[in-house]
Design a protein around this ligand. Sequence first.
Ligand SMILES: Nc1ncnc2c1ncn2[C@@H]1O[C@H](COP(=O)(O)OP(=O)(O)OP(=O)(O)O)[C@@H](O)[C@H]1O
Length: 263
Amino acid sequence: MSDVLTLEQAAVGFGSRTLWDGLDLQVHSGELIAVLGANGSGKSTLLKVILGQLRLRSGSATFLGTPVRRGDRRIGYVPQQRLAEDGVPLRGRDLVALGVDGHRWGVPLPSRRRRQRVNQLLSSVGAEAYASTPVSSLSGGEQQRLRIAQALAAEPRLLLCDEPLLSLDLPHQRLVSDLVDDARRRLDLGVLFVTHDINPILDKVDRLLYIANQRFRIGTPDEVLTTEVLSDLYDAQVEVIRHNGRILVAGIPEQHHEPAGAR
Ligand SMILES: Nc1ncnc2c1ncn2[C@@H]1O[C@H](COP(=O)(O)OP(=O)(O)OP(=O)(O)O)[C@@H](O)[C@H]1O
């Protein structure tokens, strides 16, 4: 297994506030790592660092042997927010085509090859049926599928997903996580998957990074999602309960807003 991404002694913060420090993380090709933690613990910030949008305070972030940089098409990104507001005149296939074109704005006419590639991507996420529908009228799950197709368009080596399951119902959560899982197996992709709830992807996760209180733990779900580890991270009595193949976390302190591990 080769490393696609390496963070060494990485620290990040804003002003006098440190979000995390001393982070050592290797992401291997074909590996899916879930990123969990309280609101505001720095999960999205980690993705911004890897996307070259934010500088580390110290340490290094290396992608395929060179320092991370902005606009690297070998890193696919599925952002957190919903895709489009009403009135955005974009169809599903246009969105995927943007991923295919990348920075090559102003391509004169859609070539046959380009159209084939867009169709192939749409079909890989099962989105053919609404390829010509305005994106703004699609459901969250449908938009998320298109986002994944767009992120895979440049055949990335690393895929960053920022809460792709947010506000999706259970069947769509499963569908979207299956798509990501399928893509990483097919393309031998490394994946960082930010989520508040580990359960929809529990059977797919190789390791997880859990961030809380400016500290973190990395390991398999069995190693990290334990009463001992989370109580230590949160500096409070936190209970991890396993029931019917699901993981529930109780007792996360108030100031962390939401159950940060799994519900
Ligand atoms: N440019 C910025 N300047 C100052 N503070 C920032 C900036 N960007 C993010 N922050 C703060 O850093 C913290 C971490 O933000 P981040 O978005 O990484 O959290 P998160 O773990 O992804 O949270 P959530 O689960 O709520 O999405 C937050 O408190 C946020 O307000």
